[in-house]
Design a protein around this ligand. Structure first.
Ligand code: OXD
Ligand code: MN
Length: 589
């Protein structure tokens, strides 16, 4: 026991009385204790120690075969009134949900240990810091939280006697899919997760706390919790400009967070620095700007497709003290995944633990297999990563995967128009992923699964933040995924996205003009540098990437209108309705 905090102790007593663990172990955050737990997990097979020479300090973990991803259909926001959860969340009456879950948790930890994990999201004692305690019966969760958060008994010192902490309860229980629940009770600062062992459902500091609960706290307290990367871009003069970016999955968020500028940029002295790859907490600073911090302390990245070309910095992050989940386990106790290189290993085990023959056409790693790596491993980690005040934000980017509609980049006319751009973010499904190609799904601010309250109230909060901050960041929409009529990508993406980022930074500094179009400000083609890729991207291609097809956009406006009607429920902020009208008028409607 590392605290005399009555609220903490009585809550733990209550949870232990319900789940009935054989014993309770308090996690102090020390390497000795973590090593003891790893040794215990090696014996039961919960973790496998990897090759100490090739992957020092690394372990392997498999989740159950039926338990490999976030379960949005079983994720609930249990606030008092259904209408406050809104149309994008599942809801159940809190009393009813507590009753149901108490039945499932009853005795769930019998024969097991309950670990008490004190952790902080963002730097302990900083203006951003929020504290949580996760109770869990999983050693995998303990060792993962040690990477992903600032974890350990010092959190109790910071918390003191305060009852102001997020109460997280997790039990693997029987890993029963039918009784799997990921439930947020925002009015109680409580998260209950049961019958899962998959990271996104059970590392409660991440999506459950740092996004769903934090979005509610941010609304109440005047700040924002967003599904955003944070990147520092250093120009040849040494000035660093910070940008955030929100993108739905499979749209290159981690890659942009760890971008390496193209050689021609590096030669001139451009450098990029990672502050965060998934979550940004954003507050108004005393200087009238928005400041952002990454509340996490590690990366929980998708492994397949990550390689030394697509994201060398992410690959280097995984070389030590990391956890690999559901990837291929090689006979020499190293790991592999699709897209790592072109040499699938012989004699390896697939993510299910079965002998795997790469020639049989099956995937060795699960498509959602993950690496969990400490932020300190990142070769391009920003020097400001541990700055308790965060970093000042000059630009916010929204983006999705749009084969046709959205141009490479455009800038909002003002904050409210930028909120409209974020609120209407959409991504098209690809032929590879589903039968239907080009089906547009709206994913507001890439937060659809993570907004802890009504989506229209969330938009209103964005509008209100705009009113309370004097020196707002500029807002941009980017689309790296535009294709030609044969479906080939027109833009090389990855490091070359730096060319767009440079224009964005110059816009923030007032160093470059733009063209006003019906959808916002766009670059003049000559202002996007093609130096070094002239053979790959012709001037005509760039013009195509920067074109706006009015007929396509009229359909887009109609689709946005339908979306607003569907989710607005009479609460759509008038600023968003106005921006839709402006769009329609600009398109000649
Ligand atoms: C996600 C993640 O699912 O970051 O968005 O893991
Ligand atoms: Mn994410």
């Amino acid at each position: 026991m590392y605290t005399t905090n009555k609220a903490v102790l009585s809550w733990i007593d209550e949870m232990a009385a319900m789940t009935k663990p054989d014993k309770i172990v308090w996690i102090d955050g020390s390497e000795e204790q973590l090593e003891e737990l790893r040794q215990e997990a090696y014996k039961t097979g919960e973790l496998i120690k990897l090759n100490e020479k090739e992957l020092p300090g690394c372990v392997y973990h498999r989740s159950a075969i039926n338990d490999v991803a976030r379960v949005e259909g079983r994720t609930f926001i249990c606030c008092e009134k259904k209408e406050d959860a809104g149309p994008t969340n599942n809801w159940m009456d809190p009393a009813e949900m507590y009753l149901k879950l108490r039945g499932i948790y009853d005795g769930a930890m019998k024969g097991r240990t309950m670990y008490v994990i004190p952790y902080s999201m963002s730097i302990i004692g900083s203006p951003f810091a929020k504290y949580g305690i996760e109770l869990t019966d999983s050693i995998y969760v303990v060792v993962s939280m040690a990477i992903m958060t600032r974890m350990g008994k010092q959190v109790f010192d910071a918390l003191g006697d305060s009852p102001d902490f997020i109460k997280g309860l997790h039990s693997k229980a029987q890993l029963d899919e039918e009784n799997r629940y990921i439930v947020q009770f925002p009015q109680d600062n409580t998260i209950w997760s049961v019958n899962s062992g998959y990271g996104g459902n059970v590392l409660l500091g991440k999506k459950c706390f740092a996004l769903r609960i934090a979005s509610v706290l941010g609304r109440r307290e005047g700040w924002m919790a967003e599904h955003m990367l944070i990147l520092g871009v250093q120009d040849p003069e040494g000035n660093v400009t910070y940008i955030t970016g929100a993108f739905p999955s499979a749209c290159g968020k981690t890659n942009l967070a760890m971008i390496i500028p193209p050689q021609v940029y590096r030669d001139k002295g451009w450098k990029c620095w990672t502050v965060g790859d998934d979550i940004a907490w954003i507050r108004p600073g005393p200087d009238g700007r928005l400041w952002a911090c990454n509340p996490e302390n590690g990366f929980f990245g998708v492994a397949p497709g990550t390689n030394m070309k697509s994201n060398p910095n992410a690959m280097l992050c995984t070389k030590k003290n990391s956890i690999f989940t559901n990837v291929v386990l090689k006979p020499d106790l190293t790991v592999w995944w699709e897209g790592m290189d072109k040499n699938p290993p012989e004699g390896a085990l697939n993510w299910k633990g079965e002998p795997w023959d790469p020639a049989d056409g099956s995937k060795g790693a699960h498509p959602n297999s993950r690496f969990t790596s400490p932020a300190v491993n990142c070769p391009c980690l920003s020097s400001e990563y541990n700055n308790p005040n965060g970093v000042p934000i000059s630009a916010m980017l929204f983006g999705g995967r749009r084969a046709k509609t959205a141009p490479l980049v455009y800038q909002s006319r003002d904050w409210n128009h930028g909120v409209f751009m974020g609120a209407t973010v959409a991504s098209e499904t690809t032929a590879a992923a589903t039968g239907a190609v080009g089906v547009v799904r709206r994913d507001p601010m890439s937060m659809r699964p993570f907004i802890g309250y009504h989506v229209a109230d969330y938009w209103q909060h964005w509008i209100d933040m705009g009113k309370s901050v004097a020196n707002l960041p500029k807002i941009f929409h980017v689309n790296w995924f535009r294709t030609d009529d044969e479906g080939h990508f027109l833009w090389p993406g990855f490091g070359d996205n730096m060319r767009v980022v440079e224009w964005i930074i110059k816009r923030c500094r007032g160093e470059v003009d733009a063209v006003e179009t019906p959808i916002g400000f766009m670059p003049k083609p000559e202002d996007i540098s093609l130096e070094g890729i002239e053979d790959e991207v012709s001037e005509d291609t760039l013009k195509n990437l920067l074109s706006v097809d009015v007929e396509v956009w009229k359909k887009e406006a109609a689709d946005i209108e339908a979306f607003f009607e569907q989710v607005g429920e009479g609460k759509l902020p008038k600023e968003l309705a106005e921006n839709l009208e402006i769009l329609k008028k600009n398109l000649g409607e």
